[in-house]
Each structure stands twice: as C-alpha cells, then as structure tokens.
Write a protein that binds this ligand. Structure first.
Ligand code: AGP
Length: 588
C-alpha cells in the first residue's frame, strides 16, 4: 500500500509534504520518511512509526525547493528506519519513494548484483533506484521510462535526482497517482485529498511525468510527450475531522444515518431505466473483507426479491478462479475506497466478458469508478478509520435499493421508505453496552453465531472485533457448532448470538443453548426478548427496534460496531489505526 507525496514549490515544501502524508496514513502507518532537495543535494529523514513521529525528527524550516515523502505499509522487508522510504541508490544520486510491489525484484537484484550493485535495504524498491543509478540516458525521464520497462508488478513512483534541476519524475502502473499544478507550485500524491484545489491530473498506467514548480510534462511509455486534461471534484478537507469525537471510528458509526439519508436521496434521483432493461442470467457480487460481507447480504436480496442465481465471491478468489461469465452476467463490485487491488483486478477480468458491470464505491474519483461502465455511490461520506462501519451499512442498503430498483419503480419507492425508517431508528438507537464490552475485553476467543442474514452479521461483527481488539473472533452458522466447533467451548467462552430472522431464530436459540450446556456464556442480540424461561441463560440480551426484515441486519450491526470500538479502547488499542493493517489495500 503506502502513501506518497511530492512538492516542488518556493514555499515550505517540507511542511506541505508532512501535512499531505498525514492525510495518507489510511494507506499505511508503520514508518515514514522524507527526502528534501537542498542546493542540489538530497537529504533524508526517516522514522519508525507515524508521520507525527517523523515530523519530530525533522529540523524545522529546512529551505528545500523540493520534497518527496512516504508513509509505509511494509510488504518487503521488516518495519525499520533502514527500509523506510526514500530509498537511495548506492551512489546516493537518486532517491525513490514507491507504492506497490515489484514482483521481479529478486531477479533484478541478482542481475544488478552481478554488475557490482550492493543492496543496503530489504525492500523491493531498491532495485528501482539501482536501475536509475545506471544513468543509461542523459535525459532523466528517459532513465525512468527505461527502468520501469524492466519492472513487473505495481508501482506509483516519485524519483528525484541529485542535480541542479528541481523536478520530480513520476511513473504509474496499477497503483494510483495524481498530479496538481497551479503554475507556481506542483504536487504529486497517491490521493488528490492532499491537494489545495480540486483540479488535478490523474496519471494512467504506463504514463510518466516530470513535475517542476511551473508545470508538468507528460510522456507515454515510448518517451513521446502527451497532453492530458485535468479532472476534479474531491472531498473538501473541512469534512475530514474528528469533530467532538475521540476517534474517527466512533464518529463514523454515528454518521451512519446521514450516509443512509444521502444514499436514499441519490437513489431516488438515479435513472435506473437502462438497467431495468437488462436481461440478467446470474449475478456475481465481488468485494473484499467488509465489502465482501455486504456482497453476501446483497446476494440474499437478489435471490429473495428477483429470484436470481446470485453469488458473492471474494475478489482475491474471483481474479484467479475459473468463473463462468457471459454477457448476461451482472457483476457488482463493492469497494469503499475503489482502490482495492484485488477488486480492481477482478473487475478487469469481468470486463472481458460482460458489460453489465456496476461499481458501488464511496470515492467518485477512484480507479474502480473510472474503469466500470456503471457507478453507484454509497454516499457514506469520507471514512478514515481502518475499520469500515458506516460504509458497510451504506453498502448493504445500496445493494438492497439496487435490487428493489431493478424490480420496479414502486418497489424502489417502498424500499426508500424502509431505509429512511431504519435510518431514523439508528439515530435514536444509543446502545448502552454496559458490562458486555468489559466481559469481552477480558477474553482471548469470541464466537459469533447466527443463521441466514444473521450469520452474515455475525461474520461482520467478528471481523470488526478481531480487527481492532486483536482478540481471536470466529463466526459460524449456528447449525454448524455441533459439527466441530463445540469442542472449543468451555466456561470461559463468550458466544454472541445474533437472532433477528423470525423463521430461524428458534433454531439459532437451540444452537446457543447447546453451547450454554457446554459452559459457553451467551450474549444475545435479537429483535425480540427471549421468553421468560430462557432469559436467565443469557449474560445479556439486547433487543433491537423493529424495522423491515431486510434491514434488521443494519440495526444488529450497530451494537457490534460499538462493541468492537469499546473493546479496542478498553484494551488500549488505537481503533482508527489497528496494527499491521491499512485502510486502502492497493497491493495484492
Ligand atoms: C473493514 O473493516 C476492513 N478494514 C477491510 O476488510 C475492508 O473492508 C477491505 O479491505 C475492503 O476495502 P474496500 O471496501 O476499500 O475495497
């Protein structure tokens, strides 16, 4: 993953790069570094930890004419200062910051070592600076184009050279890169959210650029100059703050109703007439992690309301599996960021077989949005915390609305009412978790069970809790306990029981009682209170308000998100930046 920022300006480049990097920490936050160009020389500072840690190590007001910075999510090489970017060439003439993975780096290292190159880091990136340092061409951009021609994999690169010319050389393949230029300053970044204005260039694969203070020159892979148009419309910076909340995650959970309302408005105004004419043979819903869980829920809606053969597949499997697609297959790609490498690769595969492709994303300028013929926004608003919360609820609601919209105008109208009602209930549903979070925070393992849509909610609840609490959490279809899992239940095992579905909740209760009989501690999240006789079997019963059955999952999800948040905080973890993860997973 990783985030990169470069600035060429007469102003304080160092400050601008550090501020940009802070906005990119959703892409990785295990180490950070900056390279400043001062009087033709390249000077670097690096820190293990966050950009804030790096900032403390940088002397103030270094008068640099150019700076490039990096916030890292380690792929090759341990987390340490040595492996933090910028990565220099052995002769120190070139410094590189890179987002992506160079897949053929072992071969390149081997070839370069034969020519006498000595590698100092464990990173794949060092082959890029080593190739540049061969200085095969006089023109530095030709050097970069040549070097990239030898790379396999994915990259967004900012390269700077020890020379009199103040320019950042950039290249892109599969990892995003954007350029902003005002005529008096220029910037490069992994996300236009770093730019001061919302007009910018989007670099496409195999395009290159030399970025100087006064402007940008673009090149294709043959070294020919090309002309590019700017594009615009990004999220305003003012929207992205914690406000009165201690963490982004908590704020974002509370923003769920706003997202659902914005989604309803957007779907009410969307013209579905073209999509309604589609002849759909079968449906594939593709995503990763939480987005995949939304796909599971979406598949249920397609089957239930349209009687269609619908299947959810994780993008990392879809891209390599033998999937049978034809022109009648509707493929729906769900991704909050729209930058998830596996989802993008899966969409590229699907595009070869069908044009009935819909992307559901939260970022209008994302790669996924730009490559798919039909895009629907989930309207959740910026989501910063690594753990996806409001985006999940908006993805589920968007899939529900899409299914109902395909069914007909009247059905969509009713569905919009249902979403509005659910949103209103969520607004008032301030759940007091009480002892629940305390109990769970002391555990080493937690089980979640449910049937049907409740099983999907259980999967999402377990992912959320494990992601930020670091507790081992597993979700099972309730009926599966007796096929193996019961062996793990003892007097210290909490079992979180989700039972909102009328037709299966009795069965789920039976499974829960089987766990109780083996010592399990039961916590119930249900639309109804259990009968008086079984009440004392539960440590806690949380009764949800009633909404339409299709959206009860959203009400059950809220307390699970709050549980994960509270447990993470109780255990002293940062819920916004869990260890080893990043918000945007731009590598395979
Ligand atoms: C969710 O809490 C996770 N951080 C993760 O599973 C995430 O949903 C997944 O990486 C997909 O991201 P996307 O929606 O941006 O594609």
């Amino acid at each position: 993953m990783c985030g990169i920022v470069g600035v060429v300006s007469s102003e304080n480049c160092q400050h601008q790069v550090l501020e940009g990097l802070k906005k990119l920490q959703y892409r990785g936050y295990d180490s950070a570094g900056i390279c400043l160009k001062m009087g033709g020389e390249l000077v670097a500072f690096k820190a293990k930890g966050s950009v804030e840690d790096l900032e403390k190590k940088c002397p103030e007001n270094m008068e640099a004419a150019l700076a490039v910075g990096h916030t890292r999510w380690a792929t090759h090489g341990s987390v340490c200062e040595k492996n933090a970017h910028p990565i220099f060439s052995a002769n120190k003439h070139w410094a590189v910051v890179h987002n992506g993975i160079i897949e053929n780096f072992p071969q390149l290292q081997y070839d370069l070592a034969k020519e006498g190159v000595c590698f100092k880091t464990e990173t794949d990136t060092e082959v890029i600076s080593a190739l540049l340092a061969l200085d095969n061409f006089k023109d530095p951009i030709q050097n970069l184009i040549w070097a990239c021609g030898r790379l396999k994999g994915s990259y967004a690169i900012c390269a700077v050279q020890q020379s009199d010319q103040n320019q950042i050389l950039v290249a892109k393949k599969k990892s995003p890169l954007y350029i902003f230029s005002s005529g008096s300053e220029s910037m490069v970044a992994s996300d236009p959210v770093c730019f001061p204005e919302d007009q910018y260039y989007r670099l496409e694969d195999d395009e290159f650029a030399s970025v100087s203070q006064t402007g940008v020159i673009f090149y294709n892979k043959n070294g020919k100059r090309i002309v590019k148009e700017t594009q615009g419309a990004i999220t305003k910076q003012s929207q992205i703050s914690k406000g009165v909340f201690k963490h982004f995650m908590l704020k974002e959970i509370y923003e769920t109703p706003d997202g659902l309302n914005a989604l309803s408005e957007s779907f009410a105004n969307f013209d579905f007439s073209k999509m309604r004419k589609w002849w759909i043979g079968k449906v594939k819903l593709i995503g990763c992690g939480t987005a995949y869980h939304a796909c599971l829920m979406g598949a249920r809606y397609f089957k239930k309301h349209l009687g269609l053969d619908a299947e959810a597949v994780t993008a990392s499997e879809f891209r390599y599996d033998k999937v049978i697609l034809d022109t009648s297959t509707l493929c729906i790609f769900v991704s909050q960021s729209g930058e998830t490498a596996d989802t993008i690769a899966a969409a590229q595969k699907a595009l070869k077989h069908t044009k009935k492709i819909v992307a559901l994303t939260n970022v209008s300028y994302s790669t996924l949005s730009s490559m798919t013929p039909h895009v629907l926004s989930i309207c959740a608003g910026p989501e910063i915390a690594v753990a996806s919360t409001k985006a999940y609820s908006c993805q589920v609601a968007a899939l529900y609305l899409l299914v109902m919209a395909l069914k007909g105008e009247k059905e969509l109208k009713n569905a919009l009412k249902n979403v509005k009602k659910t949103s209103k209930l969520l607004e008032k549903f301030y759940v007091n978790l009480g002892r629940f979070a305390e109990d769970i925070s002391a555990c080493q393992h937690v089980f979640f069970i449910g049937r049907g849509s409740d099983y999907i909610t259980a999967l999402e609840g377990a992912l959320k809790l494990k992601e930020i609490s670091y507790i081992n959490c597993n979700a099972f279809p309730a009926g599966e306990l007796k096929h193996g899992v019961l062996t793990l239940i003892d007097h210290s095992t909490p079992v979180i029981v989700i039972a909102t579905e009328k037709q299966t909740s009795d069965k789920t209760m039976n499974s829960a009682f089987e766990a109780k009989a083996r010592g399990g501690k039961l916590y119930l999240i249900s639309s109804q209170m259990p009968n008086a006789a079984s009440l004392d079997k539960f440590e806690m019963c949380l009764t949800l308000p009633q909404t339409c059955p299709d959206l009860e999952c959203l009400l059950a999800t809220l307390p699970l998100q709050l549980l994960a948040y509270n447990v993470a905080v109780m255990r002293g973890n940062d819920p916004d930046k869990p260890r080893n993860l990043a918000k945007s997973v731009t590598v395979e």
